[in-house]
Design a binder for this molecule. Structure first.
Ligand code: SF4
Length: 113
């Protein structure tokens, strides 16, 4: 990916509701043709989706980052599942002993295989 592709992807990923293609090229400070090429590349790589949208009667597109399934191995430290799944404790992440223990385990064993 080029720097422009990367910048466009970051803008799109930063907005859960998506970004209008007609706004994206202004945000990126590129012309609309270059923006179209960037969007095509991101669409072809499967990283974003494009939904038709009308603004003031003019057709444009909303661009949204595709949600990716979480790799289950990322939730494992060795064979130990991250404690947040199914947790009903009052959550203060930076003070959580269960999460800290799991992170030590992760440092020792690495992610699940
Ligand atoms: S950080 Fe701790 S308290 Fe918060 S959800 Fe995870 S295990 Fe539960």
């Amino acid at each position: 990916m080029t720097q422009s592709d990367d910048a466009a992807l970051k803008v799109i990923q930063s907005k859960a509701e998506g970004v209008l293609q007609s706004d994206l090229w202004k945000i990126l400070e590129v012309d609309s043709r270059k923006c179209s090429r960037i969007v095509k590349k991101l669409l072809d790589s499967g990283m974003i989706e494009r939904i038709e949208f009308r603004k003031d009667g003019i057709k444009t597109f909303v661009l949204k980052a595709k949600k990716r399934p979480v790799d289950p191995n990322q939730l494992l430290a060795g064979e130990e599942l991250i404690p947040c799944i199914g947790c009903d404790m009052e959550c203060v992440v930076i003070e959580c002993p269960r999460l800290l223990d799991w992170m030590y385990q992760l440092a020792i064993c690495g992610v699940g295989e």
